[in-house]
Design a protein around this ligand. Structure first.
Ligand code: C2E
Ligand code: MN
Ligand code: MN
Length: 403
């Protein structure tokens, strides 16, 4: 099977024409011997390479290329089987882009379909759309600090369940903006398992009842300027006769303002509940309780849901975040969601941030609010100590592949 792999990367140091010719002459013999075809573009700082060839060969070659010290910040854009090569005539052709040539740089003997994906990608690169990288100087100047001592609250008496709390941080402001309450059973089952051990209205009732514990424990953690995010299945919301007053009651019992409660709902279930759900949400909002769209990007409704229902917050699912610093499609998805959230004035929270590389990429792309193990894991009956301090990034930190 023939594969086509496309990546972009950034030169580690200044590249002269001689250096660039050497890249070509280093690769050419291998490509010729192994029937690898493709193109390499260089715009003075960034590379953009297309590799075509036998599947296994391309995987091995890409691994080899990733180790080449002449470039870093490597981002894989596409990698898939193809029926026919786009660059069948060229074992490797290197093109140095002219800064002034704008989008009209493509050599005339390159016969690509104007509506092909590769044509779009090449043009995208040539237009500079993908340029986004922190210089070493920027990295040294980067500052962020969010710190919080460990917090412990008493376990809820005589209960089979407790809650773990995880902070949502704004690394731009340097503060914890809210905490999410996550269901924990004493026998260590996952929240989904606990909920699924109940059926129909029992499940909803359990979910609703558990929030009394979540809010009581959360209230002991929150400062007045912080909010508590609680999860409810949309079914629990629509099956509760008066969800608004139930939640307002929990808030006032624990001396919280309604604005301090954020209801998180996942997109996949919302659809099933339809109009009833949207009515309930309107009602909650009329009393200042906000609603976050959880796990956005993981479900099925996707963008069409947003056309009908604008949440107060969007939480971008972990599946988009993971390794975003080296994944072209995820980066493009992030940018689209970010753009949307901004134009609608909806704060975006990025979930599941586990590494510095991911955070560096995301914060440089504009994200401000994050949740994830990089900052703190959920802690049972409390909050884990948080000590996120960035005092300039030096080379020791892996930002090589930051794209
Ligand atoms: P969620 O609302 O998206 O909550 C975030 C989940 O991601 C939590 O899993 C959390 O522990 C995990 N997480 C946070 N940061 C990271 C990270 O950096 N990496 C990774 N790999 N995971 C991270 P958890 O606690 O297992 O909860 C799973 C899901 O169960 C929740 O996803 C939520 O949808 C549901 N859930 C939790 N508590 C409740 C509840 O009280 N009611 C309802 N209906 N659902 C709940
Ligand atoms: Mn959630
Ligand atoms: Mn989530």
């Amino acid at each position: 099977m023939i594969r086509q792999l496309v990546y972009r990367s950034r030169a580690s140091a200044q590249m002269s024409q001689v250096d660039l010719d050497k890249v070509t002459s280093d690769s050419l013999p291998f490509n010729l011997n192994n029937d690898v075809t493709g193109i390499l573009l260089f715009d003075g700082e960034y590379f953009f390479q297309v590799l075509e060839g036998e599947s296994n060969l391309i995987a091995g070659l890409y691994e080899h290329i990733q180790k080449d010290p002449r470039h870093g910040n490597i981002v894989k854009i596409t990698d898939n089987a193809i029926h026919q090569r786009d660059f069948g005539d060229w074992a490797l052709r290197t093109i140095k882009l002219d800064q002034k040539s704008g989008a009209y740089w493509l050599p005339s003997d390159l016969s690509l379909h104007r509506d092909s994906r590769i044509f779009g990608l090449l043009n995208g690169f040539a237009s500079g759309k993908w340029r986004m990288c922190l210089s070493n100087k920027d990295l040294k100047a980067l500052r962020a600090s969010v710190v919080q001592d460990e917090i412990s609250v008493a376990a809820y008496a005589q209960s089979d369940i407790q809650f773990a709390f995880q902070p949502i941080v704004d690394t731009h402001k340097g503060a914890i903006v809210s905490y999410e309450a996550l269901l924990r059973s004493n026998d260590g089952r996952f929240p989904e398992d606990v909920l699924d051990s109940f059926h129909g209205s029992e499940k909803y009732q359990f979910d609703l009842n558990s929030k009394a514990i979540a809010v009581a424990q959360g209230a002991q953690i929150l400062r007045p300027d912080q909010a508590l995010a609680i999860n409810l299945c949309p079914g629990a919301i629509t099956h509760c006769p008066d969800i608004t007053n139930y939640l307002l009651g929990l808030a006032s019992d624990n001396n919280l303002k309604p604005q301090q409660l954020i209801l998180e709902v996942t997109e996949s279930e919302i659809i099933e509940e339809g109009a009833l759900f949207f009515d309930a949400i309107e009602n909650l909002r009329s009393r200042e309780i906000r609603v976050a769209l959880d796990d956005f990007g993981a479900g099925y409704a996707g963008l069409s849901l947003l056309a009908d229902f604008l949440p107060d917050k969007i939480k971008l699912d972990r599946r988009i975040t993971t390794n975003i610093h080296e994944n072209g499609p995820r980066q493009a998805i992030f940018e689209a969601v970010y753009e949307f959230a901004n134009s609608m004035g909806i704060p975006l929270i990025v979930e599941g941030v586990e590494t510095m590389d991911e955070w560096l990429w995301l914060q440089h792309a504009g994200a401000q609010r994050f949740q994830g193990y990089l900052f703190a894991r959920p802690k049972l009956n409390g909050v884990e100590k948080l000590n996120f301090v960035v005092n300039g990034i030096n080379k020791a930190v892996n930002v090589r592949r930051f794209g």
